[in-house]
Ligand binder design. Structure first.
Ligand SMILES: Nc1nc2c(ncn2[C@@H]2O[C@H](COP(=O)(O)OP(=O)(O)O)[C@@H](O)[C@H]2O)c(=O)[nH]1
Ligand SMILES: [Mg+2]
Length: 421
């Protein structure tokens, strides 16, 4: 690159009348380029690579969005607006109904109605038939329309229909988006003609990540600042505004965080990112133990997470990589107690009630992951760092606090490795 730049400068300069002046200028520019390349090379060495891994819907992209909010001024209006179609699609997915020979049913309750004697409870009531027909037609379209006030009102009526509520009461057996209730509670605001999604709406919005997205930022000792944010092979794009070299002069670690798709078909792309990773932030949704996978409805989500964590831990590239395990969706977990269903947790014995039981259940799950970590970590890797954090990715304060702890741990590790501790 340097040679090309010099060659280009050479051809430009050759048109100059005064060659010695041009040569001097050329030398100065070449020296400057070389100095910048050396500096950037040094800066790259200081960048700590963090990888968000975990199964689909474990909260990786929500953590990624939180980091973007914490280390940047937030989402600007065009970016917020880019979420309108995603949020409206989340609404239509929540209320997706289908016209069948037995009547209009929620898309997901077809199996329930086939396997149960009393299938009538899943059929929309007669007075909501027209709305049901309309939404069944919309649900079949490739592109959903923008949510209008009228549509929002009709969706609200349908949401309250006993058949839909009956279906949603068995949400753990269905592929129900976590954001369903939240968006149903805000239908009127979401359908306003001037609607601009709030920060919270964006955090709730569910979009399946494909490809890889990265953000680069600096966690300073007091406060923090963003350096650069740019896409790799992913969805988001924002122009890099500052050179990491300049930012790096200030104190604080520079991190580059990668978010990836979590579904099985996305995982083969992960391996390309495994080189030189400082820490894996593994997201495990601990509320998933009674749910089935989106991509394989015969597989329990927690069992998938267990196998995935085991596989990641054994990757040859991660011999010295630190592991930060985020036991995520604690807010949903605490509402689901007592634990049940999942094969991995079958030795769980409820011993108490209320808050105390929640703590016991959480400690039980944490211990399971700890045991798995040590079983899957060969003796030559025992000096890599392993930390577990209880998270709710939607809770900004908690994510901020957690990331600070992650940062402190990684800094201490660096000092130790440099022989300064
Ligand atoms: N209630 C709750 N919802 C969460 C939490 N973390 C993520 N979600 C929601 O779960 C859905 C999937 O999260 P996402 O970050 O896209 O998962 P990913 O597939 O791992 O990237 C989104 O609708 C999020 O808003 C959490 O801690 N609590
Ligand atoms: Mg994602």
């Amino acid at each position: 690159m340097l040679t090309v730049a010099i060659q280009r400068m050479g051809s430009l300069c050759s048109r100059h009348q005064n060659y010695s002046e041009a040569d001097a200028e050329e030398n100065v520019q070449a020296a400057e380029i070389e100095r910048r390349i050396i500096q950037e090379g040094k800066a790259e060495k200081h960048i700590q690579k963090l990888l968000l891994l975990g199964a689909g819907e474990s909260g990786k992209s929500t953590i990624f969005k939180q980091i973007k909010l914490l280390f940047q001024t937030g989402f600007d209006v065009p970016e917020l607006k880019s979420y309108i179609s995603i949020i409206h699609a989340n609404v239509y997915e929540t209320i997706k109904v289908r016209n069948t020979e037995n009547g209009i049913l929620h898309d997901s309750s077809k199996e329930f109605s086939q396997n149960e004697e009393d299938s009538s409870k899943y059929v929309l009531s007669a007075e909501n038939k027209d709305i049901g027909m309309k939404l069944s037609e919309i649900g079949g379209r490739l592109d959903y329309p923008r949510l209008t006030k009228d549509l929002a009102q009709e969706i609200e009526v349908l949401w309250k229909d006993p058949a839909i509520q009956e279906t949603y009461s068995r949400g753990n057996e269905l592929q129900v988006p976590d954001c369903a209730q939240y968006f149903m509670d805000h239908l009127h605001r979401l359908s306003d003609v001037n609607y601009v999604p709030s920060k919270e709406d964006v955090l709730y919005a569910r979009v399946r990540t494909t490809g890889v997205v990265e953000i680069q930022f600096r966690q300073a000792a007091a406060g923090s600042q963003l350096c650069v944010y740019r896409p790799l092979r992913g969805l988001f794009f924002e122009k890099a505004s500052k050179s990491p070299v300049r930012e790096n002069k200030k104190s604080g670690e520079v991190y580059r965080l990668f978010d990836v798709g979590g579904q099985r078909n996305e995982r083969r792309k992960w391996i390309h990112l495994f080189e030189g990773v400082t820490a894996v932030i593994f997201c495990a949704s601990i509320s998933d133990y009674d749910q089935l996978l989106f991509e394989d409805e015969n597989k329990n989500r927690m069992m998938e997470t267990k196998e995935l964590f085991d596989w990641v831990l054994k990757q040859p590239c991660f011999e010295k990589t630190s592991f930060m395990l985020f036991l995520n969706k604690f807010d949903i977990f605490e509402k689901k107690i007592p634990l049940n269903v999942c094969e991995w947790f079958k030795d769980y014995q409820p011993a108490s009630t209320g808050k105390q039981e929640i703590e016991l259940a959480y400690e039980f799950v944490k211990k399971k992951f700890e045991e798995l970590y040590f079983q899957s970590t060969s003796p030559d890797r025992v000096d890599r760092i392993f930390k577990i954090y209880r998270t709710t990715a939607l809770d900004q304060k908690l994510v901020k606090k957690t990331f600070k702890l992650v940062d402190e741990t990684l800094r201490r590790r660096n000092l130790f490795e440099a022989g300064l501790l």
